[in-house]
Design a protein around this ligand. Structure first.
Ligand SMILES: Nc1ncnc2c1ncn2[C@@H]1O[C@H](COP(=O)(O)OP(=O)(O)OP(=O)(O)O)[C@@H](O)[C@H]1O
Length: 246
């Protein structure tokens, strides 16, 4: 892979004696949609926090957008977007106020923020909703908006931590159309999900079990390797041996 957008080598994080992420290695290319799967407690969030410059690894190496996670976390933060599992927009601000706030955090100028706000509200068909409080919007709208806000500063990579949790299949499908669009424009998408149908939409999928990456391939490649009809079957077979989780 030429100049991978994400490169992890033996990346490890311990909490005391417990190894949450255990020597994982993988690369993600520019414009790729990379699905990062694993059962509860497998280590996905911990790995993602290391890659986004939020948590220092215990061992191993990683670069994101060409920057080193140990030495250049601030540069990484400027080049990535992040949509967390816990919803990140401010409930008691309006749609437009949230966009303005994040535009400021991402260091965009006033003119650029205004232009981006107009574009975004139009693109999402949120004209009628732009002055409504976020708290009053349905979850699906909030998620679509949070995704667009994570892209405001045109990052190289966007990290999505269970972006579609709790919404209906039609809204999830619309959300995935947004994902395809940004990937086509060249943005790398790193996404965790518990929905196995969504794993099928990814270019490649990795499956974590107890801190390790036990499988990594295209959805078709994984199904072939495991002689499975769908990714859910692959996942269940791998996760069955897991010690962690609910
Ligand atoms: N700050 C911490 N201190 C101690 N243990 C932690 C810490 N953060 C995570 N862990 C442990 O590391 C393991 C991996 O957690 P992590 O949140 O990365 O898993 P996950 O795959 O993201 O799970 P989920 O799907 O439930 O979010 C879990 O056993 C968790 O309890």
């Amino acid at each position: 892979m030429n100049d991978p957008m994400i490169k992890a080598e033996e990346l490890t994080r311990k909490f005391g004696d417990f190894t949450a992420v255990d020597h994982i290695s993988f690369e993600v290319g520019a414009g790729e949609i990379f699905g990062f799967l694993g059962a509860n407690g497998a280590g996905k969030t911990t790995a993602m926090r290391m890659l986004t410059g939020l948590l220092v690894p215990t061992e191993g190496e990683a670069t994101v957008a060409g920057y080193d996670v140990y030495k250049q976390p601030e540069q990484i933060k400027k080049r990535i977007g992040y949509m967390s599992q816990k919803f990140s927009l401010y409930e008691d601000l309006t749609v437009r106020e949230n966009i303005r706030l994040y535009g400021g955090i991402y260091d965009l100028g006033d003119q650029q923020i205004k232009q981006k706000s107009d574009e975004l509200v139009n693109m999402l068909g949120m004209n009628e909703l732009q002055n409504k409080m976020i708290g009053s919007l349905p979850l699906g709208w909030k998620q679509k908006l949070a995704f667009s806000v994570a892209l405001l500063h045109e990052p190289d990579i966007v990290f999505l931590d269970e972006p579609t949790g709790g919404v209906d299949p039609i809204t999830r499908r619309q959300f995935w159309e947004q994902i395809y669009k940004v990937a086509e424009e060249g943005t790398t998408v790193f996404v965790t999900t518990h929905y196995m149908d969504e794993a099928e939409y990814c270019d490649r999928v990795s499956i974590m079990v107890d801190g390790n990456i036990d499988a990594l391939d295209t959805p078709a490649g994984l199904k072939e390797e495991f002689e499975a009809d769908d990714i859910e079957e692959v996942f269940i077979r791998l996760a069955r041996g897991a010690e962690r989780g609910e």
